[in-house]
Ligand binder design. Structure first.
Ligand SMILES: O=c1ccn([C@@H]2O[C@H](COP(=O)(O)O)[C@@H](O)[C@H]2O)c(=O)[nH]1
Length: 322
């Protein structure tokens, strides 16, 4: 396994990490501020690192941990400094066992060394005591699997994520909580109504009140965590670029979240400029569009990867920053 890095990446932007404190723990500027700076510097695009077996083959690499490692390091080398963040998808590393996890660690270390933020897309979620262990793995200073942010699942109850929310805040890292995912199957859960009263209380709704949807409740919890933070908080949401009018349909107030919105679905899943421009309304300035296969299929030539990323970033900028 690669050597454990001490602290989150500093983006090439203005908000950056600061030196170790007296206890040897390293403190960093909050993730929300670091991501805002990176988006200002490089545009609102995240490049996904998804070493699919088919992509490995088309890049002339073996479907092994060594192939995954080589693929990932080439992506980091080609695109570091050209995108706001990388999002390695943990599943493609986990399928190769411990050697695959070592490749993920090396990928995170390489991105950190290059000064580009990382979002580990592992979608973790469990009861609080186990969530604390996931938080320790992905959000603790010195953990080799720690990036700058982690995707998490709120479907065991938002409060079950507290250990991750707390450790992320303490270490200057961020979270992206699943809210309205890019796949059509997500609706059956995310558009359903909760048993809680509107807002983020846990009390049962009075019989006369329409309870919020699951998506709206998740967004309200995130908004409560981000309240008053500038330029934005560090508890973000995953909101697919493919969801159409689902935010309005579910009563999900994305503009009130005051945190970053990670928007997968750009490129291979069909979302483009029009979808990005129409889906996020007043929240669009906080959207980080994410594309994996749409960029990676252009490889392996570094210049071709950069061209694909630049085009995707220009599209996202026109849609979200216009
Ligand atoms: O709602 C979601 C949440 C996560 N993802 C992940 O993003 C990438 C998308 O890859 P593409 O190749 O750009 O389609 C992948 O890692 C998913 O697991 C998502 O698509 N939707």
């Amino acid at each position: 396994m690669s050597a454990a890095p001490p602290a989150p990446s500093s983006s090439a932007g203005t908000a950056s990490s600061v030196p170790a404190d007296r206890d040897g723990a390293t403190t960093a500027a909050p993730f929300g501020a670091r991501l805002a700076a990176a988006m200002d510097d490089h545009g609102p695009l995240c490049a996904g690192i998804d070493p699919h077996a088919t992509l490995l083959a088309s890049w002339g690499l073996a479907d092994t941990a060594a192939g995954v490692r080589e693929f990932s390091l080439r992506v980091v080398e080609a695109l570091a400094g050209h995108v706001a963040a990388f999002k390695p998808q943990a599943a493609f590393y986990e399928r190769h066992g411990s050697a695959g996890l070592a490749a993920l660690e090396e990928t995170l270390a390489a991105a950190r060394a290059a000064g580009t933020l990382t979002i580990v897309d592992a979608k973790r979620g469990d009861i609080g005591s186990t969530m604390a262990a996931y938080a320790d793995a992905f959000l603790r200073d010195g953990s080799p699997l720690a990036g700058d942010a982690l995707t998490v699942s709120p479907y065991l109850g938002f409060g079950s994520l507290d250990p991750a929310v707390d450790l992320a805040a303490a270490t200057g890292r961020g979270l992206f909580v699943l809210c309205l995912t890019s796949n059509p199957q997500g609706r059956e859960v995310q558009h359903a109504r909760t048993s809680a009263a509107p807002g983020h209380g846990a009390e049962p709704a009075p019989a006369t009140t329409v309870a919020p949807t699951v998506a709206a409740a998740v967004a309200a919890h995130a908004a409560a965590r981000n309240a008053g933070v500038t330029p934005m908080g560090s508890v973000g949401l995953v909101v697919g670029a493919t969801i159409g009018d689902a935010a309005a349909a579910t009563g999900t107030d994305l503009a009130a979240v005051n945190g970053p919105l990670l928007a997968p679905g750009v490129g291979a899943q069909g979302a483009g400029e029009k979808e990005l421009a129409t889906t996020f309304g007043d929240a669009r300035h906080r959207v980080l569009a994410s594309s994996s296969r749409g960029i990676l299929r252009a490889g392996p030539a570094p210049e071709a990867l950069r061209t694909a990323a630049r085009r995707a970033a220009e599209t996202a900028t026109r849609a979200l920053r216009g």
